[in-house]
Design a binder for this molecule. Structure first.
Ligand code: CA
Length: 249
């Protein structure tokens, strides 16, 4: 990546993931970080950022986490900054996260910190302050970095999904799922309580080219319930949202 003559002088350099959908802000953050000697990777929305994290992790699990710091906007397309943060922490990834947001109220700050962010910078902000906070976070994190989990585990109550092994357990007991059922459950567990329409599920799991009926989704949900729920007619995990679709939890 780009290097500057400041590189040698910096005590805490690292690889920074910048997740920001507004190009102007993103570009100025990237420039400021590169100026300071950081290596910078960008994502334009929450889903892209999550895919990037999972992809880099799969490619070199030894060095997980692949980023030393994440600068995260809250209002993002597809997956909000808060949801992204929740997923990252649920996976046991302790990478420092600095939230940027136009929502500068105390409540928003509290929510941001509660879902696992390490710091919160309200917009608009000065680049010098941003850089100073990045440095502080990296310094702090280098002292307390714990051992990383070798494997991602997505957990929700008694359900655990092991994405690398395509394995699911319920109360520790192995459950056999078809590939489609597995992908539905993986999608649900990474977005707890999010409501999905049948059409959204068809597009995400079966792909935009799928020719068929949204009843396919209902059938797969029924099969999943039979495998996951202790009483499939009164589900606790895979809930129907009347007139719309489904949600998990
Ligand atoms: Ca935004």
């Amino acid at each position: 990546m780009l290097k500057t003559n400041k590189l040698d002088k910096m005590a805490c350099l690292g690889k920074v993931l910048v997740v920001e959908d507004e190009a102007l802000i993103r570009d100025s953050i990237v420039l400021a970080l590169i100026e300071e000697g950081y290596e910078v990777i960008v994502a334009e929305d929450g889903r892209g950022a999550l895919e990037l994290l999972q992809e880099t992790k799969l490619n070199s699990p030894q060095n997980y986490p692949q980023f030393d710091l994440i600068i995260l906007d809250l209002m993002l397309p597809y997956l909000s900054g808060l949801d992204f943060c929740r997923v990252v922490r649920r996976e046991g990834n302790s990478v420092p996260i600095l939230i940027l947001s136009a929502k500068g109220t105390e409540m928003d700050r509290v929510v941001g910190l509660e879902v696992g962010a390490d710091d919160y910078l309200p917009k608009p902000f000065g680049m010098r302050e941003l850089i100073a906070r990045c440095r502080a976070l990296l310094r702090r994190h280098h002292h307390i970095q714990p051992l990383m989990a070798a494997e991602t585990i997505l957990k929700y109550r008694d359900v655990a999904v092991y994405p690398q092994e395509c394995r699911v357990t319920m109360k520790g007991e192995e459950i056999n799922l078809s590939p489609k059922e597995f992908r539905i459950l993986e999608l649900f567990i990474t977005h707890p309580r999010r409501v999905w329409s049948r059409e959204q599920l068809l597009e995400r799991i079966w792909g935009a080219d799928f020719v068929g009926d949204s009843k396919t989704v209902d059938v797969h949900i029924r099969w999943l319930r039979e495998k996951l729920e202790s009483d499939p007619s009164h589900p606790e995990y895979l809930l129907t949202v009347r007139g719309f679709g489904y949600r998990f939890g």
